[in-house]
Ligand binder design. Structure first.
Ligand SMILES: Nc1nc2c(ncn2[C@@H]2O[C@H](COP(=O)(O)OP(=O)(O)O)[C@@H](O)[C@H]2O)c(=O)[nH]1
Ligand SMILES: [Mg+2]
Length: 328
């Protein structure tokens, strides 16, 4: 398909064109990459913005159930919702979203929603770029809310936080020991912690867990991009659809405040810069590791260093000269 034509269809809200475009950005083929870049450049001036909500939580915490009920609530409010995933383990597990499609049965049938499973690529850097580009395509297509799910394996939370306006952490009701095990870095990037499964027998535990997280959040260094009271912890039940409206109200309060204060645009600008730099880094690394003259040179120099025939620094300089990155 002609790229301009595809772009116009996306702008007109054509879902099939959107799905095809996402397939295009997911492709590893060089000619596809070129077309994808052209398409994204074509769509860039449209300036449409959705609210990008990152959502993370360990397997079983209720992400799929939450996305289904939260998503249905949003579409009932007249909002168009896109769901994407960053799942570095999807190659093994068969895709976090796809595997759970039954839990999102209603949402996947909703004409106001668009669900896209994680690309089956285990390399996090690659998944990150594809997801980020899929976000841009969904925005151009007029989606109001982009939910980006991750299971939180390895660095995937950081990756998702770097492409989200709001980062939501879904947690299970738990005892104090489990709370201690939560990585500090994750707490630091969370905007809202939702303790899920606050229903039935679990409700009292959920309430205590929420208070524990609220206490832990208060101990963190205050971030300039937060109004009074944020980041915050709340209870929800994805299953019984409780607390979802309140959670949405809080998300809107936070994003609204950040917009007014300029933090919203600032964060997006910082993220764009980050992804530019990341892409340069990744491309350089890819050149060094792909089969070819550069990789051979790396290996040859590595062998010299290992045998004591050159120092690590002099060999590194030699490599940078080969790359044309230093004069020589
Ligand atoms: N009691 C209760 N169970 C829930 C809730 N949300 C999800 N679950 C259950 O937890 C299990 C895992 O849910 P799922 O959405 O697949 O979690 P995911 O792995 O994070 O996507 C399922 O059996 C759900 O029915 C909730 O709010 N309350
Ligand atoms: Mg799931």
């Amino acid at each position: 398909m002609n790229i301009t034509d595809m772009g116009d269809r996306i702008l007109a809200g054509d879902r099939r064109a959107l799905a095809r475009a996402i397939t295009l950005v997911e492709s590893g083929r060089a000619d596809h990459r070129e077309q994808a870049t052209e398409l994204l450049e074509y769509l860039r001036p449209c300036g449409r913005q959705g609210l990008r909500i990152g959502l993370s939580g360990t397997p079983g915490v209720g992400k799929s159930t939450f996305i289904e009920s939260f998503g249905m609530m949003l579409t009932a409010l007249g909002l168009r919702v896109a769901v994407l995933a960053v799942d570095p383990s999807s190659a093994r597990s068969g895709g976090s979203i796809l595997g759970d499609k039954t839990r999102m049965e209603r949402l996947s049938r909703d004409p106001m929603a668009f669900i896209r499973p994680s690309p089956s690529q285990s390399h996090l850097g690659g998944v990150a770029r594809r997801t980020r580009e899929a976000v841009a395509l969904c925005e151009a297509s007029g989606f109001d809310i982009i939910l980006i799910e991750t299971v939180g394996v390895g660095q995937s939370e950081t990756v998702v936080a770097e492409m989200s306006d709001l980062f939501i952490l879904l947690m299970a009701p738990a005892g104090g020991d489990e709370l201690q095990g939560v990585k500090r870095g994750i707490m630091e990037i969370a905007d809202i912690i939702l303790v899920n499964k606050a229903d039935g027998d679990l409700k009292p535990v959920a309430t205590r867990t929420q208070a524990d997280y609220a206490g832990a959040l208060r101990l963190l260094r205050k971030r300039p991009q937060d109004p009074e009271g944020f980041p915050k912890a709340m209870c929800v039940s994805a299953l019984e659809e409780k607390g979802l409206q309140t959670a949405w109200d809080e998300m809107q309060t936070l994003s609204g405040w950040r917009r007014e204060q300029g933090f919203f645009d600032q964060r997006r600008a910082d993220q764009a810069r980050y992804w530019f730099e990341e892409e340069v880094r990744q491309s350089l690394l890819a050149q060094l590791t792909a089969p070819g003259a550069l990789r051979d040179k790396m290996q040859a120099l590595g062998a010299e260093v290992a045998q004591g025939q050159a120092t690590p620094s002099s060999a590194a300089q030699e490599m940078l000269k080969t790359l044309g990155l230093v004069d020589g």
